[in-house]
Design a binder for this molecule. Structure first.
Ligand code: E4P
Length: 217
């Protein structure tokens, strides 16, 4: 499973990229607003750091506006993926971008039928939002499993990009469900390395090693 980081914060992106953990980046209008920075400037900066796909979302909700904005975003860097909402206009725009060879990430997916439509119009990625479904007492992981089955049934090449991930457990669950990609907030990526037995085991090894009085160097 590929790891994307879900943030527009440059310092986190640099740190995770240097650790060799990043396959790509996703942003959305809320994350850009949180960064307090100019959208196009941040996207160009992220694309220069991470060679993998970087999702940049259109602001327009109408087809013509999405197409105009998508063309601007796609020219910012070779690795930009144009993020489009899962609406009728968004699906139409996805089809146009697909014909033009522009990669797309269809976002705000909450049902298997929405994912089926995105695949049929040639989306590069579909972004089902797990956490927001869990928030309203629905099963986000089940959605990933259903999309996996539908895409495999018909050999769709659209990649499942599990989004709105809120916990380390979500990462395990979407990996088990066969998600192609997970986009994960930086705080959750750091937590993936944690285990209390690793911590206590290492403390014991350090203590016992000191007791030997030896040095490797
Ligand atoms: C990523 O593409 C999504 O915009 C993001 O994962 C949404 O996460 P949230 O539901 O925590 O805002």
């Amino acid at each position: 499973m590929q790891f994307f980081v879900d943030t527009a914060e440059i310092e986190d992106i640099k740190k995770l990229n240097d650790m060799g953990l990043l396959d790509g980046v996703t942003t959305n209008p809320s994350l850009i607003a949180k960064s307090g920075r100019q959208f196009k400037e941040v996207i160009k900066e992220i694309c220069a750091i991470v060679p993998g796909p970087v999702s940049a979302e259109v602001a327009s909700t109408e087809y013509d506006g999405m197409i105009a904005e998508g063309h601007v975003l796609a020219k910012l860097a070779d690795n930009v993926v144009v993020k489009v909402p899962l609406t009728v206009d968004g699906l139409r725009a996805t089809k146009t971008f697909s014909k033009e060879g522009i990669k797309t990430n269809v976002t705000l997916c909450f049902s298997p039928n929405q994912a089926l439509l995105a695949a049929k119009v040639g989306a590069t990625y579909i972004s089902p939002f797990l956490g927001r479904l869990d928030d309203i007492n629905l099963d986000g992981v089940e959605l990933i499993e259903q999309i996996r089955q539908i895409y495999d049934n018909y050999n769709f090449t659209t990649q499942i990009l599990s989004a709105s991930i809120r916990s380390a457990n979500h990462v395990t669950q979407v990996a088990l469900a066969g998600s192609d990609v997970a986009t994960i907030p930086p705080s959750v990526i750091y937590k993936l390395a944690d285990h209390p037995l690793t911590k206590s085991g290492l403390e014991q090894f350090v203590k016992d090693w000191k007791g030997t009085g030896q040095s490797i160097l």
